[in-house]
Design a protein around this ligand. Structure first.
Ligand code: AMP
Length: 341
């Protein structure tokens, strides 16, 4: 089984991932996903999409969709994604997605889908809107990936189970219809997949929940500092080399992401010898966050003003992604015996 795009004579590995346009992007999106996209695009054939169809499973009101799609595109580009190197496109522009989703649905069983952690969580949060699209979310995601026969899927830790399900569908499809799809795997440049925790020490940073505890790429400097300074701490360790409580470990985790090594080790030492002042640590973290986020915010603001440019990015991205999707679907239809001429 090969996991490269053979059809167009290209031997590069294929990378695919997506982000839902359900709100402002945050530090979790950056470190869990976008940072890896940017590094991968120089070496691999990359497909990155704004997952607008996925967002419909939980956000049926489409009034803000256009603005959100533009924002996700602009913020990704502001983070360093390059439309010349990667196909950057909108999920709904690739019509083959619906077709492959349909076929894969026949290989996905209700009982398994109902056990998916993200489904159970979302169903609990919106009990009045437990729709079939929500249930089959992992099938749609598998279709997005398999359309390009991608193998590297840069995602955060929350997507691990979905990737496992995608591999299950690949194996079922290949077993029934012949070896067509490679197995996709979650990818992160560091050894482990990342979960960026929220500032209050509970759960993860997220587009829609827990907004005061999430650092958005669009937050202004004052807001960033305010959120960081409000992060939960305590009166400090009372004995040397103590174990860090979760919420303190989270602050150190965030510091690792944006501060220099010397800064982190200064505060690690201060923690170990009980001289740490969390106020100082948070102030330093706030300043380093501002240094990290504010150039991205400024670039995204400029890009958002240029609608024509964003349209061009979407059109060019859709052309590249459709070409790859069309090639895959021709193979899939033949493999499945859906060729009657
Ligand atoms: P979403 O915002 O749910 O559409 O997710 C887009 C990408 O960001 C996916 O690859 C997620 O795994 C990743 N992601 C979202 N939140 C976090 C987080 N708090 N930490 C790490 N990765 C995240």
């Amino acid at each position: 089984m090969t996991n490269t795009h053979e059809l167009n004579g290209n031997s590069k590995k294929i990378v695919m991932s997506g982000i839902r346009p359900t709100g402002f992007l945050h530090l979790g999106n950056y470190f869990g996903a976008i940072r890896n996209y940017v590094r991968l695009q120089d070496e691999f054939e990359c497909y990155f999409m704004v997952a607008d169809l996925h967002s419909l499973t939980t956000h049926p009101d489409t009034k803000g969709l256009r603005a959100n799609v533009h924002r996700v595109l602009a913020e990704n580009i502001a983070c360093g994604l390059d439309p010349e190197k990667s196909a950057i496109y909108c999920q709904s522009h690739i019509y083959q997605t619906g077709e492959l989703y349909l076929y894969l649905n026949m290989l996905a069983y209700k009982g398994e889908l109902e056990k998916t952690v993200t489904f159970k969580e979302k169903a609990r949060m919106s009990p009045d809107n437990v729709n079939a699209g929500l249930l089959t979310y992992p099938v749609l995601q598998a279709a997005d990936i398999l359309l390009h026969r991608a193998t590297y899927i840069p995602v955060g830790k929350d997507q691990e189970q979905h990737l496992e399900m995608a591999r299950t569908y690949v194996n079922r499809f290949n077993h029934r219809y012949g070896n067509i799809f490679p197995e996709p795997q979650a990818f992160n440049f560091s050894e482990q997949l990342i979960k960026v925790p929220s500032l209050d020490g509970t759960g993860k940073m997220s587009k829609s929940e827990n907004q005061m505890a999430t650092l958005y790429l669009a937050d202004d400097d004052e807001t960033i500092m305010k959120k960081v300074m409000k992060a939960k701490t305590d009166s400090g360790p009372s004995e040397g080399n103590a174990q860090k409580p979760d919420y303190i470990q989270n602050l150190f985790g965030l510091m690792h992401l944006v501060s220099g090594e010397q800064t982190v080790s200064h505060f690690e030492t201060a923690f170990d010898n009980c001289t740490i002042r969390y106020g100082d640590m948070k102030k330093q973290l706030g300043e380093d966050m501002i240094k990290f986020i504010s150039p991205i915010r400024q670039r995204a603001t400029d890009i958002l003003l240029d609608e024509k440019y964003l349209q061009n990015v979407m059109v060019a991205g859709a052309a590249k992604a459709s070409k790859s999707a069309q090639q895959t679907m021709e193979i899939v239809r033949i493999a499945m015996g859906l060729n009657y001429f």
